[in-house]
Design a protein around this ligand. Structure first.
Ligand code: SF4
Length: 491
């Protein structure tokens, strides 16, 4: 089997950071794969396969760990006069590439790079530049190069219309303009880069963009255990600015007067490990609520390719909600909805919701912009429920406010106001309030993945997952009830 020293993905990683390329080759065991987002990879495969349908009679090169096998298949397809070839694979002097969809014309070739995103990012141009450069070296005349992405304005009406779902962007000129830098970097990688010496590259924006780097832990191993990259509520650029001005540890932050004064109070409190309870603000906040209280939480799923009428790529589709109703006398009711898989449940869910929450009720969510967004989408999708749904929308209050505004803070919240941090801080020894004590689904992304894959599960697996989803979502709203009680105690 031939060992190719550069592939398209390795080249892209070298553009992002030379040290990343070096680490891939010399110390790959240091890679932390928690930076990999499985759903992005899955969306990429799904979108890639669908985009192939844009090209009639396409021939597909089968994946093989032996790259020369893929190259042989490609040669065969070209000899057979095939016009469109997916995963068309080539190499030139150890530089390997697979073109997502290659079109063979009489007077040259057209590169089509398919991405599951809804925008053309700069890194896609580097990707296409590498492909067009290597193909040029092989003697192909590259007529044009396109990046095919999902059209974020597309709204499904009836059957999928692939020409409208996908947007084809001609990037030939930008890609060709980068050939000189592709050539230089490839030469450097194959001739000058010394694999025996670790490149001396400091951490910077390139560690996070365009892709998060899995070697960040390795490259920051010199920092103290409590370092600024663990701070929440500070963005990456701010952290990097501090890092490059020599502020590395929590105590550096506390001792650095100028930078420290600019930090938002939440970070200050996080560092000083203070407990804060602003009773007046909390009391004013609680006065806005009126019984009965309807604590609401949705679980949603996102599909790159809109599966149902009126949906856009990546639109959040609600499939579940939990609703706790707290009456003035302290009694609690629980209602819930969880869709069966494999059908468009939005109307059924909307109808249940407006039946469960009477008009003019006080509904409560934690980080309500999310719940409100879902309700607004449903209202526009089903005009006959618009008034009822917008009534819920307009009467919703956000339980996150006291924590976001820092009226209530405990060091156990570790600088975060997410319910996943607030809850254990408020109820440290209560197993019933601990997401980790749930069996199976413990987070929103796990709920989304579980629902998405339900159609592929056996009956028993489905039943088990449904139980987990119900328990998980129920805890979300029960947690809100308990948080409200805690705030009332602080009034
Ligand atoms: S963490 Fe940053 S500096 Fe280290 S290899 Fe990754 S991108 Fe390069």
């Amino acid at each position: 089997m031939i060992d190719f020293n550069v592939s398209k993905s390795r080249y892209i990683r070298a553009v992002q950071c030379l040290k990343m390329y070096w680490m891939d080759r010399v110390k790959p065991e240091e890679f932390d794969d928690s930076v990999m987002d499985e759903s992005v990879l899955e969306n990429g495969n799904e979108v890639g396969e669908l985009a192939q349908k844009l090209f009639e009679g396409i021939s597909i090169v089968k994946y093989s760990s032996d790259k020369s096998e893929m190259i042989n298949q490609t040669v065969g397809f070209i000899k057979d006069g095939k016009r469109y070839i997916a995963e068309a694979s080539f190499s030139f002097m150890g530089r390997f590439l697979s073109v997502d969809i290659l079109e063979i014309c009489d007077d040259g070739v057209i590169i089509n790079e398919v991405k599951s995103s809804t925008g053309v990012k700069d890194v896609y141009i580097d990707d296409v530049a590498y492909q067009s450069y290597v193909l040029s070296l092989l003697g192909f005349s590259v007529k044009s190069a396109n990046v095919i992405i999902l059209n974020s304005d597309y709204i499904r009406k009836g059957e999928l219309e692939l020409e409208k779902l996908f947007s084809v962007n001609n990037v030939t000129e930008q890609a060709f303009q980068r050939h000189c830098s592709v050539e230089k970097l490839l030469e450097f990688l194959s001739q000058d880069l010394d694999l025996r010496t670790e490149p001396d590259i400091n951490i910077a924006e390139h560690c996070f963009s365009p892709y998060p780097c899995g070697y960040f832990g390795y490259c920051t191993r010199h920092l103290p255990k409590e370092n600024i990259f663990l701070l929440r509520n500070l963005n990456k650029s701010e952290k990097l600015r501090m890092y490059h001005s020599g502020i590395h540890s929590f105590s550096d932050v506390i001792n650095e007067k100028n930078t420290f004064s600019k930090l938002r109070p939440v970070i200050k409190d996080q560092l000083l490990k203070k407990k804060i309870v602003k009773k007046e603000e909390i009391a004013r906040f609680i006065k806005n609520f009126y019984f009965p209280l309807y604590y609401l939480d949705f679980e949603t799923v996102q599909y790159a390719i809109p599966p149902y009428e009126g949906m856009k790529p990546y639109q959040q589709m609600p499939f579940q909600y939990s609703l706790h109703i707290e009456h003035e006398d302290g009694t609690l009711e629980h209602k819930e909805y969880l869709a069966c898989d494999g059908f468009d449940c939005r109307e059924e869910l909307a109808l249940r919701l407006i039946n469960d929450i009477p008009r003019h009720s006080c509904s409560i969510a934690y980080n309500m912009s999310f719940e409100k967004g879902i309700i607004a989408d449903l209202a526009f999708q089903y005009p006959k429920y618009y008034t009822d749904l917008m009534d819920i929308y307009n009467n919703m209050l956000d339980l996150m406010i006291p924590f976001k505004n820092h009226w209530y803070y405990d060091e156990a919240m570790q600088g975060s106001y997410s319910i996943k941090y607030v809850l254990p801080a408020l109820f440290p020894d209560d197993k019933a309030m601990d997401y980790n004590s749930l069996e199976g689904v413990k987070r929103g992304d796990e709920a989304m993945a579980a629902f998405k894959y339900m159609p592929m599960m056996s009956k028993e697996e489905k039943e088990n997952i449904r139980k987990q989803l119900l328990k998980y979502c129920e805890l979300d709203t029960y947690a809100m009830v308990m948080i409200m009680q805690k705030l009332r105690e602080e009034e």
